[in-house]
Design a protein around this ligand. Structure first.
Ligand code: BDP
Length: 324
C-alpha cells in the first residue's frame, strides 16, 4: 500500500468511527394510536429525518403514549430523557407561561388565524420561551378546534352548568369550565374513556379525530360544536440535544420536521372530516351552536383573572388579538 493509499484508508476509517460515534438514535413520544393523523405524521417524520440527515439522526417513535402521560413525557423531553415529542401546547402552559397564550378560550378566530399568529412575532415569542425551557418547537401541527361532548346537546354555557367535564392539565381549562358553572376534572387522556363510561365525568372536550380514535364516541351521545379552544401542537425537541448537532444537521432535522408538519396538516384535513362522518354514522348527534356569544362572554372573567395574575402576558395577548 502506498503512503497515500494508507493515509486515505486511515482517514476513511477515522471518518467512519467519527460518524458512528456522532450518530444519534432518538426516542419520540406520541400519545395517539394507529388511525390518528398524527401517528401517520410522526412515522413520516421518522422517515424524513433519516433521509435528510443521511442516517446521522434516526428516530424510534413510540405511539399510544407508552412512554408516559403527556405531562410526564413533557418533563422527560425537558430534561432530555426522551428527545422528541408531538405535544399539544395545552399541557405546556403550566411549564412555559408564554405557551398559555394558545389556551385562552376563543383567542383565535379560526385555525388559519392561529397559524398566522404562530408564524408572526407572538409565535416567535412563544417558541423562544419554549426553547429556553428545554422544549424547542421545530414545527407546528394542526389540531383543529375542541368542542364539548356529553350525553346531551350543549347550546349555551348554562347547559354546561352542573356537569363534570374532563379537561387537560392546565388551570386555564379549569377556570374555563368553572366560569360556565361546570365542575372541571383534570385527567390524563388515557383515563377519559373509562371515566365517561362509568359516569365519573359527564363530558369532555376534544377535536373529532381524538374523540373518535380513543372511543369517546362510544360512551357519549352528543358532540356540540362550541369550538372554544384552537390549540396547536408541535414537534418539539430537547433543546440541548438539538443544539449539540452541527448547524447542517440542525437544518436537516428542522426541515424534516417542517415537511412532516405539512404532511400532518393534509392528513388532518382528511382525517378530521372522516372522523366526523364516522362518529355520525355510529350515531353521534352533532349540533352547531347558533350563537357562541354567550360562551365568549362567559370567558370575560377568565381573561380578567388571568391577566390580573399574569400582567406580563397582556402584550402577547393583545398582539394575538390584533393579528389579522
Ligand atoms: C388530543 C391531543 C393530545 C391530548 C389530548 C387530550 O392531540 O395531545 O393529550 O387531546 O385531551 O387532541 O388529553
Amino acid at each position: 500500500m502506498t503512503f497515500a493509499k494508507a493515509l486515505f484508508a486511515a482517514t476513511t476509517a477515522l471518518t467512519l468511527v467519527a460518524s458512528a460515534a456522532s450518530a444519534e438514535n432518538w426516542r419520540a413520544w406520541n400519545i395517539h394510536n394507529d388511525g390518528h393523523p398524527n401517528t401517520a405524521a410522526m412515522d413520516k417524520f421518522a422517515e424524513l429525518i433519516d433521509t435528510a440527515t443521511g442516517g446521522e439522526v434516526t428516530l424510534d417513535v413510540f405511539h399510544g403514549g407508552v412512554l408516559g402521560s403527556q405531562p410526564d413525557a413533557l418533563e422527560q423531553v425537558r430534561i432530555g430523557a426522551i428527545e422528541i415529542g408531538n405535544f399539544n401546547l395545552g399541557p405546556i402552559g403550566p411549564m412555559v407561561k408564554e405557551a398559555n397564550l394558545v389556551s385562552l378560550p376563543f383567542i383565535f378566530k379560526s385555525v388559519p388565524h392561529m397559524f398566522r399568529v404562530l408564524e408572526g412575532e407572538a409565535g416567535q415569542t412563544v417558541a423562544a420561551a419554549m426553547g429556553e425551557a428545554g422544549i424547542l418547537p421545530l414545527a407546528w401541527f394542526d389540531a383543529g378546534a375542541r368542542s364539548f361532548y356529553s350525553q346531551k346537546p350543549i347550546n349555551t354555557p348554562d347547559d354546561v352548568a352542573g356537569l363534570k367535564i374532563r379537561v387537560m392539565n392546565n388551570d386555564l381549562y379549569t377556570s374555563m369550565i368553572s366560569a360556565m358553572g361546570g365542575n372541571p376534572s383534570p385527567m390524563a387522556f388515557s383515563e377519559v374513556q373509562q371515566a365517561l363510561k362509568t359516569g365519573v365525568v359527564d363530558g369532555a372536550e376534544n377535536n373529532f379525530p381524538s374523540f373518535k380514535n380513543v372511543g369517546h364516541y362510544e360512551v357519549t351521545t352528543h358532540y356540540s360544536l362550541s369550538e372554544h379552544l384552537i390549540i396547536p401542537e408541535c414537534i418539539c425537541v430537547n433543546t440541548e440535544k438539538f443544539n449539540a448537532l452541527s448547524a447542517e444537521m440542525q437544518e436537516a432535522v428542522r426541515g424534516a420536521a417542517q415537511e412532516a408538519a405539512l404532511f400532518q396538516r393534509e392528513q388532518w384535513a382528511i382525517g378530521s372530516e372522516q372522523a366526523r362522518k364516522d362518529v355520525e354514522a355510529a350515531g353521534i348527534a352533532v349540533n352547531e351552536i347558533a350563537d357562541k356569544g354567550p360562551f365568549q362572554a362567559a370567558m370575560d372573567s377568565v381573561y380578567a383573572d388571568y391577566l390580573a395574575a399574569n400582567p406580563d402576558m397582556k402584550a402577547l395577548v393583545e398582539m394575538a388579538q390584533a393579528t389579522e
